[in-house]
Design a protein around this ligand. Structure first.
Ligand code: ASP
Length: 324
């Protein structure tokens, strides 16, 4: 099973022409909402792009963490904010699964947003506390089978990427595990390093530095090719789990009804941010890369997101993987 999304959807590059009010935008700080705790992978991506977007816009983009309920609280904050371009959501693949997984939400998870553009697609890694009695993925699988429900798996709540990857992992092994939900994988990582949880599946943007420092143990990367920043880490397929492929797309959103010219201005600043060499280098250090400019557009992002919602709906219904 794969949750990688690589459909080749053609998209026009955003026209930069905008009415006068968009040219004066922004006149005050923009808030970028991260729907998970500080220090985690979504937060890392948001902080990197917000700094560059702020520079490009000639203003400030401030990151605010509104964590909880698998990312739905932060999404709700943005969906119900004034549609003036001053509240932006940075969210990931959860935007594709939440509309099907959560049957009761206090916001419209399908039509409640304008899309600004995709940002990046990030590989995941299967990692564990450093004193686990397993050095390879096969040894880990044997340990899990031997302990049955004795090992636990951290995640960032239902609908988070870590939850999806964890579900896939348990399904592939056909072993249910105890899951430990956090408000984000930033705090979950602290507990993994401390050894108070056993395992996690999380983005390279959160795990790379810990893996390199040896504070956690890495078993596999979940893309079909190794990541250059972790050259010694096998892919899940190389380590004996063929077809276990997960990567996590991220995008920016504003509330529905945000003027098109403002959305286009935000999008052009995103596209400029994604070209900044220091950002490209930092993304590479963390195992990822910016999307090409033609994907960092409102139109491409909307088609991609809506296709992802449609793709997940039958999968979630078949698995009865509902949050409520
Ligand atoms: N990326 C994490 C997840 O979805 C959440 C986070 O950014 O903290 O599991």
């Amino acid at each position: 099973m794969t949750i990688t999304r690589r459909a080749a959807l053609a998209a026009p590059v955003v026209a930069l022409a905008a009415p006068a009010f968009a040219q004066s935008f922004p006149t005050r700080p923009i808030t970028m909402i991260v729907p998970f705790a500080a220090g985690g992978p979504t937060d890392t991506v948001a902080r990197l792009i917000s700094a560059e977007m702020g520079r490009e816009l000639g203003g400030t983009v401030v990151v605010e963490n509104v964590a909880g309920a698998g990312g739905t609280l932060g999404a709700q904050r943005v969906a119900t904010a004034r549609p003036d371009g001053y509240t932006v959501l940075c969210h990931h693949i959860g935007m594709g699964v939440i509309p099907s997984m959560y049957r009761r939400l206090a916001y419209d998870a399908v039509n409640g947003f304008e899309t600004v553009g995709l940002v990046t697609e990030v590989p995941m890694t299967i990692v564990g506390r450093r004193n686990l009695e397993a050095n390879t993925l096969q040894e880990l699988i044997a340990l899990i089978r031997q302990r049955r429900e004795g090992l636990n798996l951290a995640n960032a709540g239902i609908g988070a990427a870590s939850h999806l990857c964890g579900m896939m992992f348990q399904a592939a092994l056909n072993v249910p595990m105890t899951t430990v939900p956090y408000r984000g994988t930033g705090p979950a990582m602290n507990d993994l390093v401390a050894g108070t949880v056993d395992l996690m599946c999380d983005q390279t943007t959160n795990t790379t530095e810990q893996i390199r420092a040896g504070t956690i143990r890495a078993f596999a990367v979940t893309t079909n090719e190794r990541v250059a920043s972790l050259p010694n880490l096998p892919t899940a397929a190389q380590a004996g789990m063929p077809g276990f492929e997960v990567s996590v797309w991220h995008g920016l959103y504003t509330p529905r009804g945000t003027p098109e010219a403002i959305v286009n201005r935000l999008s052009s600043s995103l596209q400029a941010a994604l070209r900044v060499p220091a950002l490209v280098q930092r993304f590479a250090d963390l195992g990822t890369a910016p999307v090409p400019a033609e994907r960092a557009t409102p139109a491409y992002h909307r088609r991609f997101w809506q296709a992802d919602i449609a793709r997940w709906r039958p999968v979630i219904q078949a698995a009865q993987a509902f949050a409520d």
